[in-house]
Design a protein around this ligand. Structure first.
Ligand code: UDP
Length: 258
């Protein structure tokens, strides 16, 4: 089990926990057993870090989240540049099927919110086929529009779900959870980006060898070229990490000078 207070690191001001899939599952297990409030999980990618620089509400949400896992090879590289090591990439796309497997074993009920109409249903069908006995409390596309919030909360809370996955993309999904934390009755809520699209087979996932080489972003750019503008955040992320590191180092040097 990780101790977030001791080992959490900051990448350009954004918190990142040195979590593994196993430690995330262990935390979820504790939180579902406790059920004392809504625990929020964010899957931090370089894109999250750059969005947070210009979006104070998103930055605050990430700081107030209970677990910020490193979703993206850029975070692992950034940690190394800062002299730290993150144990592994913990993606929403791999995490959701693992949580579903544990959910089937433990009897946790899942709610899949977001993605285009029909996609959450297809993702749920796939998860149920892979995990006999899995309890899907509900699925709903909806939208992150605040006008829809009351109706969505009624659906999610009325379903008796233990774990809520929200697929509205960043920062909307994470802001949606933060805004509604007090009114939700689930134990755990997690923003999962394009995960339902991958599980439903609407968008193909990069081949394993590309994932292993840290090239998943390149595959996504090839499959969804309209992402190029969003992806300009990646070189900006590298630059921000490097310049922050220089500042951090020069501060250390100044501090240790006689
Ligand atoms: N989405 C949605 N409503 C919105 C905006 C996005 O349901 O108003 C969904 C979209 O269909 C997709 C997911 O949110 O399933 C975001 O996917 P994206 O690939 O952009 O997220 P990433 O994985 O890059 O964070």
């Amino acid at each position: 089990m990780i101790n977030a207070a001791q080992s959490r690191l900051q990448v350009v001001g954004v918190p990142v926990d040195p979590a593994t899939f196993e430690s995330m599952l262990a935390q979820i297990e504790t939180w579902v057993a406790r059920r004392d409030r809504v625990y929020q999980i964010c899957t931090v990618s370089p894109e999250f870090v750059m969005i947070a620089q210009d979006n104070p509400a998103f930055m605050r949400t990430l700081h107030e989240a209970d677990l910020c896992v490193a979703d993206g090879v850029g975070l692992l590289l950034a940690a190394r540049l800062l002299g730290r090591r993150l144990p592994e990439r913990v993606t929403g796309s791999d995490g959701v099927p693992l949580i579903a497997r544990r959910a089937a074993e433990r009897g946790w009920r899942l709610f899949l919110l977001g993605a285009a109409p029909g996609v959450a249903e297809r993702a749920a069908a796939r998860l149920m086929a892979d995990n006999p006995g899995l309890l899907i409390a509900g699925t709903y596309a909806g939208s992150p529009d605040p006008a829809e919030e009351d109706a969505i909360l009624a659906r999610v809370n009325g379903s008796g779900a233990d774990i809520l996955f929200v697929a509205y993309g960043a920062p909307q999904q994470d802001l949606w959870i933060a805004r509604n934390r007090e009114r939700l009755t689930v134990a755990v809520a997690m923003g999962v980006g394009g995960t339902f699209d991958f599980i439903a087979g609407v968008v193909p996932r990069a081949p394993r060898w590309m994932q292993r080489l840290g090239l998943e972003w390149l595959y996504r750019l090839y499959r969804q070229p309209w992402r190029w503008r969003r992806m300009l955040r990646l070189p900006r992320f590298v630059w921000a990490v490097l310049t922050r590191r220089d500042r951090a180092l020069s501060r250390t040097e100044r501090g240790s000078a006689p």
